[in-house]
Design a protein around this ligand. Structure first.
Ligand code: CP
Length: 317
């Protein structure tokens, strides 16, 4: 059986193009499984996974949980808000105590960049990064590219715009790494105050003009304004931001060509995207969520196959 070149999923930066292809191939099998009347396979019935969420989440947390259940893994869910972290326990002590309960794999979301990497140096369990601060959100990057592939067949030389709060976005960085590995051209569009310095070193174009960026693009990924990560506002006011960088129906009509629209969620309706656009046929927002379950099943299955205890059964049987 083919395997991934990595033992943990810390970031797309560390994946080879072949790893991404393997994940997508298996995700396509799992997408068929989750659309069957019985949406479950017994592949990981000997594997125990802990979902460790130190930051709020709807999509990622539930998507991992349902992916694990569809693979028949045993799961435990940890949420920092009602844990002994409140009594002063450290991150590492918390994780080591959970692992002492014979957990094989952890899925971790944390507000601080580098937490998944830090844990990978300290513990023996397999780690999947479910978003670490402003660093990476690898499964989101994978599901975004997989959704674009559904539309385009290939991403080679496809022009993809990533628009909005690039500076505070882990989704942007994971998308940039994944899209570059798959041969796409990328343009980042944001106010200067939300564009990270030296980002052009990653081989991306930059713009501050949304209309010009849209005219150039085949698809656009609209990012949320992440006010929870801003110590002070990065623009005069939200209304001003929405007027300059919000995706509206009238802007789309101006470009007069087909446009695929992504958004990782959660959406701030009326700020980075209007309801009319978010709910239109061009938007793939709920397709992204559906694909996320299949992508996460594939990632979990492939990493678990590195455990001696995991079964060799066909992933789709
Ligand atoms: N896309 C995403 O990470 O959403 P959540 O914060 O709800 O998990």
């Amino acid at each position: 059986m083919k395997t991934l070149s990595v033992s943990n999923l810390i970031g797309i930066k560390y994946l080879q193009k072949n790893d991404i292809s393997l994940i997508f191939e298996l995700a396509t099998h799992f997408k068929e499984v989750i659309n069957r009347p019985i949406k479950k396979v017994p592949s990981l019935r000997d594997v125990t996974i802990a979902n460790l969420f130190f930051e709020n989440s709807t999509r990622t947390k539930l998507s991992f949980e349902i992916a694990e259940k569809r693979l028949s893994a045993d799961i435990i869910n940890f949420s920092s808000s009602n844990s002994s972290l409140k009594k002063g326990e450290s991150l590492l002590d918390t994780v080591q105590n959970i692992l002492a309960m014979k957990v094989d794999m952890i899925v971790v979301r944390h507000p601080n960049p580098g937490v998944a990497f830090f844990l990978s140096k300290k513990i023996k369990a397999i780690i999947i990064n479910a978003g670490d601060g402003t660093h990476e959100h690898p499964t989101q990057g994978l599901l975004d590219c997989y959704s674009l592939l559904q539309k385009f067949g290939t991403l080679k030389e496809k022009r993809i715009a990533i628009v909005g709060d690039i500076a505070h976005s882990r989704v942007a960085l994971s998308n940039i790494y994944a899209l570059k590995k798959l041969g796409a051209e990328i343009c980042l569009c944001s106010p200067v105050s939300l564009m990270p310095k030296n980002i052009q070193k990653l081989g991306v174009l930059q713009s501050t003009d949304l209309l010009e960026t849209l005219k150039w693009s085949d698809a656009v990924n609209m990012l949320r304004v992440q006010r929870e990560r801003m110590h002070q506002s990065s623009f005069p006011c939200l209304r001003d931001y929405a007027l300059q960088y919000g995706l509206t129906k009238s802007l789309i009509e101006k470009i007069d060509k087909p446009m695929v629209i992504l958004h990782p969620g959660p959406i701030n309706r009326g700020i980075e995207i209007t309801s009319e656009v978010a709910d239109s046929n061009q938007a793939m927002i709920l397709d992204q969520v559906e694909n996320g379950v299949a992508i996460r099943m594939a990632v979990i299955y492939l990493l678990a196959s590195k455990l001696k205890i995991s079964t060799n059964e066909s992933p789709t049987a």
